[in-house]
Every structure is written in structure tokens, then in C-alpha cells.
Design a protein around this ligand. Sequence first.
Ligand SMILES: Cc1ncc(COP(=O)(O)O)c(C=O)c1O
Length: 442
Amino acid sequence: DPNRVKITTMPVSGRAAEDIVQELQHFAEKEDKMWQLGKVSGTVYSNSDEHTSLMNRVYAAYSWSNPLHPGIWPKLNQCEGEVIAMTADMLHAPPIGSMTSGGTESIILAIRAHWNVYGKRRGIRHPELVCGTTAHAAVYKACDMFGIRVVSIDCNHRHDSFQLNPDRVSKGITSNTIMIYASAPSYPQGVVDPIEALSKIALRYKVGLHVDACLGGFVLPFVDDAPVFDFRNPGVTSMSADTHKYGYASKGTSIVLYRDNTLRHGQYFSYSWWTGGLYSTPTIAGSRPGALSACAWAALVSLGKDGYRERSHLIVNAARAIADGIQLVRGVKLLTPKPFMVVSFTSNEMDIYRIQDYMTKAGWNLNALQSPASVHICVTLNVVPKVDSFLRDLKMSINQVRNEGKGGRKKGTAGVYGTVGSLPAGPVDYSLRAFTDLTLEP
Ligand SMILES: Cc1ncc(COP(=O)(O)O)c(C=O)c1O
């Protein structure tokens, strides 16, 4: 919006509180409409005004708090400990873990822990991590931070159904391997990796196994036909489960869990020579927003197992209804064989990104995927009532692309991914960084 007023220097005198709140409420109300319409993939997981009000009231109660100071806010530490214990209980883990700022930080810390315990202590100087091409980008971020080589297994090799193939994982393990990374389920296609088989491999080769259940952690335990994906598999050494996704807590928390305390110590940082005093923190941050820890606790105890079960059934049923519908639509092909929340699809007949662009015109906010070119929707409680409307709009979008034929213009997502596909990685990375620059401008 070119008419937007931008602030680039600190105002000399302050503004009235009412004025500030009014401005932000005006924009928030406008911006929230998008996900409230139920046409956004993932992003906002809860759909209840009552639950939003609970989160806001709990946040307000602890808005100045910081778990770095347990002496001042002991209740918060108890809340964090209880969220860790409840999540561990649900995933059949010992109550050993920590609260982090989100899925990415949980993954970074789990990899740091394995690097310390399964890498450095064993004298490994050139550590390697084995994962599938479906692994979340956070794995690459973590490995970039710690200098770990990623051994990436193609999950679409001979149409593997986007599952990490255990035989190919075995072949990828060397004397430098510190851990295997698997998903339950993965972000792109929503496929749960074969955790039981991977667990056996981890035990055989004495390497760690992280199960990324950032999406599935608070859903799969309540779904009858979900595989055993958690610590009941003896080779699983760590897991991540996001309270801020299907845990229905405000954005900014996740739980990372470990099989034993030696591994958890591997994620901590302590420094006893600091001139500022004895220093030890469990996570990357120093100070942390305690209000968010309180929100995570409130979400878990307010919903309970019954609440999570009921919500999980709604999500899984809606995802499967979308998948069943997609299979009946000519022009698109379902890529998620057994959906839990993510449903991914492509097209053999036309450019899938052009279909996505028409879906965007119809008000949908779907996620573009690549290798292979495809799209997904991550079903949230907001999307549940919109299944029929999704399928109707999808058919309409396909017809529009079909009618346009080859002459259809490649703009929007189709244009971006069309260009990216024709460029080497260097310029694409540069453009991504330039885009990130833009997000940091006023
Ligand atoms: C499977 C999986 N892992 C990790 C993450 C990263 O989570 P966050 O965005 O909370 O850092 C996501 C996010 O969508 C995810 O789907």
C-alpha cells in the first residue's frame, strides 16, 4: 500500500495508548479475516473465540515474565515442567525435554544435542546426518550452524511414496553419522516415515534418531490408524512436538524431548567463567517470553486428551475428505497416500502452480512445493468446514487453466517457480535473501 504511513525515526514525543491500540486493532481485524475465512493452509490452528480469549487472558497475566528468572516466577517453571511432562506422557517418553520457541528451535537443539553426544564425544570430526528429501528446511539450517554434512535420501526415488526408505538410509550411514532424522509426518506431503524400521537401524548402527512430530505430535496419538511413531520405538532418541501448531497454544512454543538426560545436557549451554556470573540456559535464547509458556500450559490443561482427540478426528476426517475428493477430480493427482492433516497434489496435465494461482484468486492460501512441482493444504480447524468449497474451487481452477490452454500467462506462483526452475542455485538464493531484506523494511 503506497499510502501507508511509515515510521523510520523514533517519534520525539509519545502517542496516546488508545491511539496505538486503535491503529493496531484496525489492521489486525482486517488481516485476521483471511485465516478466519478458513481458506489458509496451516498458520492458525485454533478456530474458537473462547480459546483465543483464554490465550489472551493468560498472556496478560504473565506479560512481563521471563523463565530465565525462576526465583521471581516459580509458577512459570512449574508450568514449563508440566507441559514437558504432559507431552512426554503422550509420546511415551520420560519427562526429559525443554520448551523452545518453535519447531525450528526444537530441531536445532536436538541436532546440537546429538552433535555433542553422538559426535564430539565419539571423536567424530566430520559429522553427518541422514535424512530424506522431505525433511524440513530447519534441518539444513541446523546443519549449516554446526558444520554437519546432510546426507539426503531421495524420497521420490522410483515413486517411494515420499517415505524415507530404510534400506537407502542404511546405505547412507558411515562412521561419521551422528543421527537419522525422520518425520511424523513430513511438511511437504504429510507422510509419516517408517519409524519402527528406522529405529532398528539406529540401534544397529548406534546412531541417534530424531522424530520430527512438529505437525503430528498432538494429532497422531489420538488417531486410531496412526503408526507407532514415538518413544515406544527403542531407537528413538529425541522428538519435537509443536504446542503452537496442533497443541493450540499461542505462537512461540514447541517441546523437544529426549530419551535420557545425557542427551538433554547436550543441548544446554553453560559458562562458569562469565564476568556477569554463573550462566546456564537450556535453549538458544537467554531471556524468553514466559507468557507464552503459560499459554502453552493453559492450552494443554484446558483441552485435555478428550479435547485433542475430538479436534484430531475433525482434522483427519477433513483431510481425508479432501484427499478422496481430489482423487475424483480429473486433472490433478493426489500425492499423500494416507493423509493425517497435510494433503498434497500435483498435475500431470497442466502447470500445478497455475492451478494454485486460480485457487489464490478464489481466496485460498495454499503452499507451493517443489521437486516434484506440487501444492499442499494443511488442514486446520478453520479449514474443516470448508472441504466442499475447497473441492468446488479446485475444479473451477482446473477448468480455468484448461480453458486457457498453453497460452495462459505465467504470473504469480507459476511465474516465480517457472523462473526459479530455470536458474542455478546461486541467483535463486540471492533473490531469496533480497526478499527477506524486504520483509525487514518498514
Ligand atoms: C514437519 C515440520 N517440522 C518443523 C517445522 C518448523 O516449525 P516452526 O515453523 O514452528 O519453526 C514445521 C513447520 O511447518 C513442520 O511442518
